[in-house]
Design a protein around this ligand. Structure first.
Ligand SMILES: [Zn+2]
Length: 258
């Protein structure tokens, strides 16, 4: 079973309230979390998120909003989370990692490399204190990879949880595809910001579009990735549900369906 959680609420100065959409996958072998939002230590000491980021993103500081608090509220133990799979390491996606010290933390190898050795505009976007103790498992698409709906992909935790490289936003940015019975959910991280972009590339509020460009480590790659996702949805939309991290309406409809 796949649950859709919001693990950070942000009220950016540029307008609409956004969320940090995470997936909690309940499997017989244990719980698996896709992305992790902000963590307990971030909310207890928001200064560590940096003055600029806080003043732009204005995070809610409710400790009940962390992934760990929601896992416990659902009747689980934090130690039941065996694996955390991250789309990338931006601080609003990787903050919850420290709340699951027993979990393996899966990341694409180029993303960990960027976070450990940032260059150019990558400086300042990562917060090593969030994941310095993580038990990393890195992944990379092998040359002989089995394509997934025509896209590059690499299995992470068994064959039902794949990383699908979606480059552009950050150096090693990926989507995480999770099998859900006959269908798949693709968590596309920050590959797009607004649900409407999946059918119409112009359907993103102007200021959000500016943020996408500013934050992208390679904007041409980001645009190509978004095009690729539109093709995926057009060709396989009945087999794959594509969600992103920050669109509040997508999270609301996913939780309403549950
Ligand atoms: Zn983000």
């Amino acid at each position: 079973m796949i649950r859709h959680l919001n693990c950070a609420t942000l009220r950016p100065v540029y307008g609409t309230k956004i969320v940090a959409h995470c997936l909690l996958v309940e499997r017989p072998e244990g719980l698996l979390l896709v992305d992790s939002g902000l963590g307990t230590a971030d909310l207890a000491d928001p200064k560590r998120l940096g003055r600029v980021w806080r003043s732009w993103m204005r995070p809610a500081l409710d400790p009940a909003g962390t992934a760990a608090a929601q896992v416990v509220a659902l009747g689980h133990d934090v130690g039941d989370v065996t694996d955390v799979v991250l789309t990338h390491l931006d601080l609003d996606h990787a903050g919850g990692v420290a709340d699951f010290p027993h979990a393996r933390v899966h990341v694409y190898d180029a993303e960990l490399e960027a976070a450990l050795h940032p260059r150019g505009k990558e400086h300042g976007r990562y917060l090593p204190v969030q994941w310095s103790e993580a038990d990393w498992v890195t992944h990379r698409v092998p040359d002989d990879a089995e394509p997934w709906f025509g896209m590059d992909a690499v299995p992470t935790v068994g064959d039902d949880v794949l990383m699908v490289p979606l480059p552009g936003h950050s150096r090693g940015h990926v989507g995480v595809a999770v099998r859900d019975g006959e269908r798949w959910v693709l968590h596309a991280g920050d590959a797009f910001y607004a649900a409407g972009e999946l059918t119409d590339h112009t359907d993103c509020p102007r200021r959000l579009r500016a943020m996408q460009r500013i934050l992208a480590v390679d904007d041409a790659q980001r645009v190509a990735t978004a095009d690729r996702l539109r093709t995926l949805v057009a060709d396989h939309g009945d087999e794959v549900e594509v969600v992103c991290s920050h669109d509040r309406t997508q999270l609301e409809s996913a939780t309403a369906d549950a």
